[in-house]
Design a protein around this ligand. Structure first.
Ligand code: FAD
Length: 417
């Protein structure tokens, strides 16, 4: 009889893991507290697959930039200053992770994972897991000479790692996407980056999992573990218990709290972000882009155009800060002058909570504390991009095989004191 695997969390990470586990011969159930995927982070995000994002968020210089942003209420980054021990410890670990050697090791891991996922998305598309994948690349649009200089230096590092990246002047940038009027100094073009429709992706994955015999259990909020001597027998929800042979914890930003009763330490902070989708934009680019100085992502999704941004750390709620939204809206015409803040009147913002680890790397693997648990979480701003390969790695771990990517730096126990 096939081993029973219970996957907790119905986001991109849980679903990718479910697909790979089913294909590896496991009997798979996905459990979530909600029925609808609109209530998780995997739904309204910017849908980018980003080998360009090979540098972990904890990197040299990021703290001083963050402190400067903290003074501006419309800036793309904010941490609510407060005396919270978890947040303080997280901040200290973040600081320690900005060491150059650690960033270099993290970059190698992220590069391998992004490129492997990109490959898998192309295969999924061919296998009928439709997510409107577009492989046209991504433009890092810069509206300042300093921004372009920094992006050009990063492009050089990308090329050294084997990620193609070209620095373009304003004319070359305009020629690459004639569909959109741009006011920029130049850009870096990452041809391996892609974009997709995240809601469609989640829907297609669910259908595929269903067709392969995977089961879904919704409306079950996990509140505890039935564990003895390092072996989990079942999870307890508000309505009952669910037994399995193996458990996969992929509950995004909630994974830290969920794993504490088992003795795990997977520090995580919520990184709140927003997206706004114009159903009928004045112009529709062909290529997705990032407005570099403003840290706003722009994604064509069918005939609509989505703008995503902001990183508000430490707020585990879905309240909306109108000043941050105003910051996003103000920045768009500085790069795309035909767009006006008035175009967004009546557009409902979407809120998502990114699961952010202190070193910007995911947690993937088993823990030394519990034999039959695999953790797959902490993908921060890259869960879509790293999802498919995370699923494959989870399945390899469940099978007891060596993983196809060295996961040393994604170890689940790396922050245990
Ligand atoms: C504005 C914005 C733009 C983004 N753009 C991109 C992008 O372009 N590319 C990219 O790669 N990433 C992007 N991201 C990040 C990406 O969305 C996340 O990394 C990803 O969605 C995380 O997926 P997940 O499966 O780990 O978590 P989630 O999608 O949050 O899923 C976790 C699931 O666990 C369930 N759960 C939690 N607790 C319990 C419990 N106790 N019992 C039962 N179920 C539980 C939840 O209901 C939820 O369904 C963006 C994020 C934001 C906010």
């Amino acid at each position: 009889m096939a081993k029973r695997v219970l996957i907790i969390g119905n986001g991109i990470i849980g679903l990718s893991s479910a697909l790979a586990a089913l294909r590896s011969g496991f009997d798979v159930t996905v459990l979530d507290r909600h029925a609808e995927h609109i209530e998780n982070c995997s739904y309204g995000n910017s849908g980018m697959v980003v080998p360009s994002h090979f540098v972990p968020i904890a990197q040299p210089g990021v703290i001083s930039q963050g402190l400067r942003w903290m003074r501006d209420p419309e800036s793309p980054f904010y941490v609510q200053p407060r005396m919270n021990l978890d947040l303080i410890k997280w901040g200290m670990r973040f600081y320690m992770s900005t060491h150059r050697d650690q960033v270099a090791a993290g970059s190698e891991l992220l590069k391998q994972m992004h490129l492997a996922s990109r490959e898998l998305y192309c295969q999924w598309q061919d296998q009928g897991i439709d997510c409107s994948l577009s492989t046209r690349g991504l433009l890092m649009l810069c509206n300042s000479a300093h921004g372009l200089e920094e992006e050009a230096a990063l492009a050089q590092k990308a090329r050294e790692l084997g990620i193609p990246a070209s620095v373009l002047d304003a004319r070359e940038t305009a020629a690459l996407d004639p569909n959109i009027t741009m006011k920029v100094q130049g850009s870096v073009y990452y041809q391996k980056d892609c974009h997709l429709n995240p809601a469609q992706l989640i829907g297609s994955l669910r259908k595929k999992i269903d067709s392969l015999g995977g089961k879904f259990v919704y409306g079950q909020h996990v509140v505890g573990w039935d564990e003895q001597a390092g072996q989990i027998r079942a999870v307890r929800t508000l309505k009952g218990t669910f037994e399995a042979d193996e458990f996969v914890l992929s509950t995004g930003v909630w994974s830290d709290g969920m794993s504490k009763p088992l003795g795990l330490k997977i520090p995580m902070q919520p990184g709140k972000g927003y997206s706004l989708t114009l159903p009928d934009p004045v112009e529709l680019p062909k290529v997705c882009s990032i407005l570099v100085e403003a840290k706003v992502a722009v994604t064509p999704i069918g005939s609509a155009l989505r703008f995503g941004g902001t990183m508000q750390l430490g707020e585990l709620n879905e309240s909306i800060d109108p000043r941050r939204l105003a910051g996003i809206l103000k920045s768009i015409p500085q790069y795309m002058p035909l767009f006006k803040p008035s175009h967004f009147e009546g557009i409902e913002p979407w809120v998502g909570l990114r699961p952010v680890s202190p070193d910007g790397l995911p947690y993937i693997g088993r823990t030394s504390l519990v034999r039959n648990l695999v953790v797959a979480t902490g993908h921060a701003m890259m869960g879509v991009s790293l999802g498919p390969i995370t699923g494959e790695l989870v399945a390899q771990i469940l099978l007891g095989k060596p993983t196809s990517i060295d996961l040393r730096h994604a170890s689940v126990d790396r922050f245990r004191e």
